[in-house]
Design a protein around this ligand. Structure first.
Ligand SMILES: C[S@@+](CC[C@H](N)C(=O)[O-])C[C@H]1O[C@@H](n2cnc3c(N)ncnc32)[C@H](O)[C@@H]1O
Length: 459
């Protein structure tokens, strides 16, 4: 791989004796890996043919095809080992309110969801509209019930979520040096002053992010680059400008290195760690968790009600009509074996969503996925969404139909399939390897195709 001279000079100076090994690592192939999804049902021996990544909760070396049942049913997420370190440092506790600020395509978000286990909240945000769509797809496939996907700038978010999150993961846009081996085309964007430009943008994003951190909250800052400007220098900048934040020491195992003159943080060097490039720092806010936080929210709510109509306040518009409630309950009673009433139901247009509880008013924000998309109201009926069929386990639905690999290949290609199983007419969740891949309608043992057109493929 041809690397810029200035890049090579820079890392020769930084790495000294280790430089030759660093350079040689660019002649090796990028390391591939994936994580298994603990929110899905996985047979004990499913991944026995892969090598587990040491000290990573869900990670295995190797590649899983994007056309496999495991991928389509959200049982796995492809993510190289160094990128998995970020989630392993974060490890949010179930029940926490977590923000993933720069989230697409969703590697860190899905990892965070694996730890949250459907309790608490993940706000997964991506500034680019196009990338927020990919993020939404990946989140839906993962099948969590407690995620809102937003498509916003950090500054807009900070206005809606002041001091709100127990944990913020900021996987910053960066010069991407650590991805050169995986994506050699990234080299063309590099120039000697690019890391410093990225560092400035990162500081702007950090400043907005920190407005949203609750007292005693944690900030995980990461990049996939080696430049000190974007890494240790930004950590020092945070410590200088935010004296309430304290750096937390991250244990170094399995080939992970300390930072440059900064022992608390983590660097992944490709000549020492079996993976690509990554930097991770963890901070904790030294303030105590205070009751003040909730009282502020309560007062704010009162204030906005007193102030009367906010033209962006869609709360009343988003409530279900009695007819919609009747249709949803009728569908639910007939087809589901789980109570989805714990969250808050909202309609946008004809689409019904289940929001995780305890959210501020999001109506000033661009929402890519307003919680779990349950389905759509059509004339006198309710049609369940693809996302609902992906999210619910086979025990949570009344009719689930396990299909085999041949039927799976036909279904994902858009064909209808036949079944010889004794199944009632009406909505059925299709499942492969015991995990849902959406709802479909069955008439006389013929399953009509409801696999989204944009996701269909031939294998
Ligand atoms: C390193 S990538 C995130 C990868 C993601 N966390 C994952 O694990 O899949 C950085 C993201 O930051 C977004 N981004 C770019 N400029 C930004 C800005 N000014 N504010 C917030 N996010 C930005 C990019 O669109 C990109 O999706």
């Amino acid at each position: 791989m041809k690397l810029p001279d200035k890049f090579l000079e820079k890392y020769e100076n930084i790495l000294g004796d280790e430089y030759a090994d660093f350079l040689a690592s660019f002649d090796e192939e990028a390391v591939t890996a994936f994580r298994i999804n603990p929110l899905k049902k996985l047979a004990d021996n499913s991944f026995d043919s892969f090598v587990k990544i040491e000290n990573e909760s869900f990670g295995y070396y190797g590649k899983i095809s994007g056309k496999s049942a495991e991928h389509v049913a959200g049982m796995v997420y492809s993510q190289e080992p160094a990128a998995q370190i970020v989630g392993e440092v974060a490890v949010p506790k179930p029940g926490m309110k977590v923000l993933d600020l720069c989230a697409a395509p969703g590697g860190k978000s899905t990892h965070l969801l694996s730890f949250l286990g459907n309790e608490g909240l993940l706000v997964s945000n991506e500034i680019s509209h196009k990338r927020s769509k990919i993020l939404t797809e990946n989140i839906e496939r993962f099948g969590a019930k407690n995620v809102v996907v937003l498509n916003e700038s950090p500054a807009h978010l900070a206005k809606v979520f002041p001091r709100y999150f127990d944990m913020i993961v900021l996987d910053a846009p960066c010069s991407g040096e650590g991805m050169f081996r995986k994506d050699p085309s990234a080299v063309q964007y590099w120039s000697a002053d690019y890391p410093e430009k990225c560092a400035q943008l990162q500081r702007e994003i950090i400043a907005e992010a920190l407005k949203m951190l609750a007292p005693a909250g944690q900030l995980i800052y990461s990049t996939c680059t080696w430049s000190p400007e974007e890494n240790e220098n930004n950590v020092s900048w945070i410590l200088e400008n935010y004296p309430d934040l304290q750096l937390v020491n991250i244990p170094k195992t399995n080939g992970l290195s300390s930072g440059l003159n900064m022992p608390e943080v983590i660097r992944c060097w490709p000549h020492k760690f079996r993976g690509e490039g990554q930097f991770v720092a963890k901070f904790i806010d030294k303030n105590e968790e205070i009751i003040f936080d909730t009282s502020v929210k309560k007062n704010d709510n009162k204030k906005s009600k007193k102030q009367g109509k906010n033209k962006f306040d869609s709360t009343s518009k988003s409530q279900l009509t009695s007819e919609q409630m009747r249709l949803w309950q009728e569908f639910s009673k007939k087809n589901l074996l789980t109570d989805l009433s714990k969250g808050k139901l909202q309609v946008f247009g004809e689409a019904l969503y289940l929001l995780p509880i305890d959210l501020p008013d999001l109506s000033t924000l661009k929402i890519a996925r307003n919680g779990l998309h349950l389905g759509t109201f059509k004339k006198n009926r309710f049609e369940p969404s693809f996302a609902l069929g992906l999210t619910l386990s086979t025990e949570e639905v009344r009719n689930s139909l396990e299909i085999d690999e041949e039927q799976f290949k036909k279904y994902v290609a858009g064909e209808e399939i036949k079944t010889d199983k004794n199944i009632n007419n009406g909505w059925v969740q299709l499942a492969i390897k015991n995990n849902g891949i959406g709802f479909a309608k069955v008439t006389d043992r013929t399953v009509k195709n409801y696999f989204p057109k944009g996701l269909r493929f031939f294998s």
